[in-house]
Design a protein around this ligand. Structure first.
Ligand code: SF4
Length: 687
């Protein structure tokens, strides 16, 4: 069989880099550049370069598994489907919960959303956006009327000043880092704020090292300085925003003086002043953030603060400006767009809205109706409900998620998951979560199916099938449709292809309404909103007005008082622990730890300790130590460095053998229900 190239999209981060999979004798054997992509122009980071290595891993699931007497035994699809259908039908809708996935296609997320709300009739559906950018969605939707990145990746190169806070862009979104580097080459200033001097910080003109969890104080201090100096954009505020006086009343309080915020955050007053001046006066400033902002009990407040700063200075709706949350997983934007959240159908149409509920109920045509017009549980609330109210939730269906490694306070998560009477997991590997399941279903990876995903810049791009799946593995939407058929809903899931599903999505989702496979097949694909077949897509949001959902289409400024994290250091746990990722690994490591090239670069986890802290503790570089919080303890090698702030420690969360999330705090933001991964109190001891 001849060698061929299949153009597709990288399965890792939300940048959405295009690439070619190299196929030989029907098997994917490599990755090659795809030059025509406007996003990455043929360039890839290490994860993209080696994105073929896990595909044919010997660990791939190849047959359905049913647990009998505590052990998995191989089963036929029919046996598995019969058991699943019989069990799921035995529960009330309110006793069932579903987790969709930021790693699979839009079509598959839509399929499981329809399955949850239509076949199971449950309102409890969520996915891992809860753990990364739920604060962005909640914070920006209430200030601008849309929770997505306002500008585009290429557009960042037009900026005159880029303010990155809580994102190691050069390592975690390297091809977005390329746009930042281009802007710098054109003379833009780069301001970087983070507790760690990362690869991104090393490129900055101004690096502000701060204590994790003090973001709101930093933003308020910068805004106070901007107003004091008259650097605010009065015309933008007057024409396009409301509640300026409310915002001003808060940020002008003495507690947000540069000197006081230096004490709170650790950032010298002169640096805060410089950052405020550069950001406010550049003429086109872009603000980039990631989970350093969102994963806090004040995550929504932090996000609203980014919006306040951008509106105050008129840095919205023009090239080179904007508030740009950099989405983590390849399709976390799409999974949100597809309604895999407990409060919305596709395109953020609210479940409690009578007209939207009727629209979906009528279009789907389930003879016995769909879920009640009610909001469901977030994944973090599902876990608390399982643990605290045994019997309220009984069955769970998980597609491509691994809460047993990704969620905060893993001891609690394990206890919660053990309360389930019936768990189905659909995945490509036997993950830590799949090991707990009653039924495991073998699914396909990105190289074995057609479909599309939506990147962080709202660009809807194609996946394309390059090889057949291993063994009996099936495409996720097909599995869901076949389970639904066993439950008596064959007609509602009678799709023949992913394109059939996409047509159903576009018919029900105004922001995707003008899209088709023909249009998104082009190298540049399309950015939503794209409401009509002749609409070119939208690279920049809010150019002349904020979303119609906002009163008078104006941006809402919000007074945000500063609050400390839920857990602060004390005598017993004297350090702040924050978590994040490595350049060479991806989330719970299912794919990257099965990629020899990536895993050999970084074979295990570590805890980063400031060099002065390590000296005081008598800890040497690479020494195995105990890290301990109120929730648990782990053994982990120390990485001693001067690049992390004194008093702060850092761990990546990919590694099961030293799982950072045994330590993290599951205290939640009251609005987004995101856990506080980025700040808890920790101590370390020698073994
Ligand atoms: Fe893949 Fe992200 Fe790297 Fe691009 S930047 S190659 S999308 S991991």
């Amino acid at each position: 069989m001849a060698m061929k190239y299949v153009q597709t999209t990288c399965p890792y981060c939300g940048t959405g880099c295009s690439m070619n999979l190299v196929v030989n004798d029907g098997k994917v054997v490599g990755v090659a550049p795809y030059q025509r992509s406007p996003v990455n122009e043929g360039k890839l980071c290490p994860k993209g370069v080696y994105a073929h290595e896990f595909i044919n891993s010997e660990d791939r699931l190849t047959t359905p598994l049913i647990k009998k007497d505590g052990k998995f035994v191989e089963a036929s699809w029919d046996e598995a489907y019969d058991l699943i259908a019989q069990k799921l039908k035995s529960y009330k809708p309110s006793e069932l919960a579903v987790l969709a996935s930021a790693r699979v296609s839009n079509e598959e997320n839509y399929a499981i959303m329809k399955f949850a709300r239509g076949a199971l009739k449950t309102t409890h559906i969520d996915h891992c956006a809860r753990l990364c950018h739920s604060s962005s969605v909640a914070g920006l939707a209430t200030t601008f009327g849309s929770g997505a990145m306002t500008n585009s990746i290429a557009d960042i190169a037009e900026s005159k000043c880029i303010f990155i806070i809580g994102s190691n862009t050069f390592e975690q979104h390297p091809l977005i880092g390329r746009s930042v580097a281009r802007a710098r080459k054109n003379g833009a200033k780069l301001i970087y704020a983070d507790p760690r001097l990362t690869a991104t910080g090393k490129q900055a003109d101004l690096y502000m090292q701060f204590r994790s969890g003090t973001d709101v104080a930093i933003f308020n201090a910068m805004m106070q300085e901007i107003i004091k100096n008259g650097w605010e954009d009065k015309e933008f505020i007057e024409k396009r925003c409301v509640e300026y006086e409310t915002l001003k009343g808060e940020v002008m309080k003495p507690e947000y003086s540069l000197e006081n915020v230096e004490k709170i955050s650790g950032i010298p007053a002169a640096q805060l002043k410089q950052a405020a001046e550069w950001y406010a006066t550049s003429g086109a400033s872009s603000l980039l953030f990631s989970m350093g902002i969102t994963q806090h009990t004040t995550g929504v407040d932090n996000v609203k603060s980014t919006a306040n700063l951008a509106m105050l200075t008129g840095n919205i709706g023009r090239p080179g400006t904007g508030v740009n949350p950099l989405r983590g997983q390849n399709n976390v934007q799409g999974a949100c767009d597809m309604g895999c959240l407990p409060v919305v159908f596709t395109g953020y149409q609210k479940v409690i809205d009578e007209a939207a509920h009727k629209k979906f109920a009528d279009a789907w045509g389930f003879p016995d109706g769909i879920c009640a017009p009610q909001n469901g549980y977030e994944v973090t609330i599902m876990m608390k409900t399982l643990a605290d109210n045994p019997g309220e939730l009984k069955g769970m269906y998980i597609m491509g998620e691994n809460p047993m490694l990704s969620d905060a306070n893993l001891t609690h998560v394990k206890h919660a998951m053990e309360q389930l009477e019936f768990l189905v997991v659909q995945d490509i590997f036997l993950t830590e979560t799949a090991e707990m399941a009653d039924v495991v279903l073998p699914a396909t990876c990105y190289a074995e199916k057609d479909g599309c995903q939506t990147s962080t810049e709202r660009r809807v791009q194609r996946f394309r099938k390059a090889q057949d799946p291993p063994g009996q593995a099936k495409v996720d939407w097909q599995i869901i449709a076949e389970v639904a058929a066993k439950m008596g809903y064959a007609e509602q899931f009678a799709w023949q292809s992913s394109e059939d599903i996409f047509k159903e999505i576009t018919s029900l989702t105004p922001s995707y309404g003008g899209m088709s496979y023909e249009r998104i097949n082009k190298p540049e694909a399309l950015q939503w909103p794209c409401p009509a077949a002749d609409h070119p897509g939208t690279p920049i949001l809010h150019t002349t007005a904020f979303a119609p959902a906002m009163p008078d289409s104006k941006g809402l400024m919000t007074a945000i008082p500063f609050k400390y994290p839920a857990e602060v250091p004390d005598a017993e746990y004297p350090f702040i622990l924050t978590t994040g990722r490595s350049l060479f690994h991806w989330h719970t490591g299912g794919m990257t730890r099965r990629s020899e090239s990536l895993d050999s670069e970084v074979p295990t986890g570590w805890i980063e300790i400031n060099v002065d802290d390590a000296k005081e503790l008598g800890i040497a570089d690479n020494e195995m130590i105990i890290a301990k919080t109120r929730r648990g303890q782990i053994n982990v090698p120390a990485r001693v460095t001067k690049d992390i702030m004194k008093g702060v420690m850092f761990m990546p969360f990919h590694f099961v053998e030293c799982a950072a999330n045994i330590l993290t705090n599951d205290a939640l933001d009251p609005v987004s229900k995101i856990p506080e991964f980025k700040a808890c109190a920790v101590t370390v001891e020698k073994i």
